[in-house]
Design a protein around this ligand. Structure first.
Ligand code: ADP
Ligand code: GN1
Ligand code: MG
Length: 374
């Protein structure tokens, strides 16, 4: 798929003027470290005050129906805002994303070049972290995502759009990997033999949650589906997880995948693309803290979900590893990369995390039990 180039100042000015913002455009700059969309912070001078906005080009190669994504996000964010208002929460636009509509009243702007853009209120005084800083922070992250699941739990009818079908279906992700290995379009399979073997050796576990879900033991819920650490904004003063962001994949799914993805990123001792694998392992102090924070908020969990919490961390980490590996073999078309081999580095950290979690599986089960008992 074609890489979407970076927007110029003039383009950012023109595009932001399609939205209901007032005052004078000052500047725009690339923002954040997401792998999918193109994110910009734009600054306006409004009545003499500098105001920031978050402008995003939706990756329409990944989200082929951007209008559906935006319908979901509008619904989800309004639903959360209504709940917060009813609870008397102050500063609602710091506690949920708030879309700024276009001048035509639409939640998305489709430009002449065929790109899809959205604008959000910029959440000030809070930031995202690519790596966990403390166990206390991990606990707050677990709590924030559990709160999010609680808030959207009743958004069942009509069903949200499935913005990416089978998103966390590990069996299908593995099939896609096998197809990419077969094709080996870039003659890269030879570089990742050990990684492929690691994945293949565990293939019999990939259907475990899908099977329990098909049997009705694990319920479908409304879930976030991209609960990596840098998709929650933490307040600069209190450290609390105040705003869950990156809502493109909020749709029906399994709560376990959300829990697993928090553990994948927030228990990691090193960056997702760390090249020194001796630094990469899953930290049990962080796992304990996330499990505590999440279980405190997720009182809705049924028995089968409780049984699979520790396993879900391994499974989702494996799934993301499979996706990075598939993207490497297919020529790096899905995830943004900053260097050749970036997706191999990411694959290796994920597989190392899986191995680390396997080695600590018993401890993880004990931690989950204790967290559920609190
Ligand atoms: P991607 O899908 O590419 O990961 P995100 O929606 O997660 O894109 O945005 C990328 C980064 O931009 C986030 O990690 C966060 O740091 C920042 N960000 C996103 N939305 C906001 C917002 N409303 N206010 C302030 N920062 C934001
Ligand atoms: C992507 O958009 P971002 O960077 O928050 C990806 C996730 C992966 C993650 C790996 C829509 O998340 O599924 O887990 O990268 N998002 C999408 O870091 O594919
Ligand atoms: Mg993100």
């Amino acid at each position: 798929m074609a890489e979407l180039g970076k927007a110029t100042q003039q383009e950012l000015k023109d595009i932001s003027s399609a939205f209901q913002v007032y005052g004078d455009f000052v500047s725009g700059c690339p923002y954040g470290s997401g792998h999918i969309n193109d994110t910009y912070q734009v600054t306006y001078s409004v009545g003499g005050a500098q105001m920031h906005y978050l402008l995003q080009r939706i990756n329409h190669h990944v989200f082929t129906q951007p209008a559906n994504v935006q319908q979901n996000i509008l619904r989800v964010t309004r639903h959360i805002a209504d709940k917060l208002r009813a609870q008397g929460v102050k500063d609602i636009s710091r506690h949920t994303l708030t879309l700024i509509l276009t001048r035509d009243g639409e939640p998305v702007h489709h430009d002449v070049a065929g790109n899809w853009w959205r604008m959000y209120v910029f959440v000030e005084g809070a930031k995202t972290y690519d790596q966990i800083q403390s166990a206390h922070q991990a606990e707050l992250v677990g709590e924030a995502f559990a709160d999010f699941q609680n808030m959207v739990a009743d958004l069942t009818q009509p069903r949200l759009h499935e913005t990416i079908p089978h998103f966390h279906n590990t069996v299908k992700r593995y099939e896609a990997l096998q197809a990419a290995i077969q094709k080996d379009a870039f003659n890269r399979a030879k570089d990742v033999k050990a990684e492929i073997a690691f994945v293949e050796a565990r293939a019999d576990t990939f259907g475990r949650l899908l099977e329990r879900s098909a049997k009705g033991e694990i319920p479908e819920r409304v879930t976030h589906n991209d609960t990596k650490l840098n998709n929650v904004m933490l307040d600069d003063e209190t450290g609390k997880g105040i705003c869950v962001i990156d809502l493109d994949t909020v749709m029906p799914g399994l709560a376990l995948y959300d829990f697993g993805d928090m553990c994948r990123t927030a228990t990691a001792n090193a960056a997702e693309d760390e090249q020194d694998l001796s630094k990469v392992y899953s930290r049990m102090d962080m796992f304990e803290a996330i499990a505590k924070g999440y279980c405190r908020g997720a009182k809705f969990l049924v028995q089968a979900e409780k049984e699979e919490l520790a396993f879900s961390a391994r499974l989702i980490t494996m799934t993301i590893g499979i996706r990075f590996l598939t993207d490497y073999l297919s020529g790096d078309t899905y995830f943004h990369i900053k260097r050749p081999g970036h997706n191999v580095d990411r694959t290796r950290t994920q597989l190392k995390m899986v191995q680390s979690m396997e080695e600590q599986a018993e401890q993880m089960e004990a931690i989950v039990k204790a967290a559920l008992a609190e």
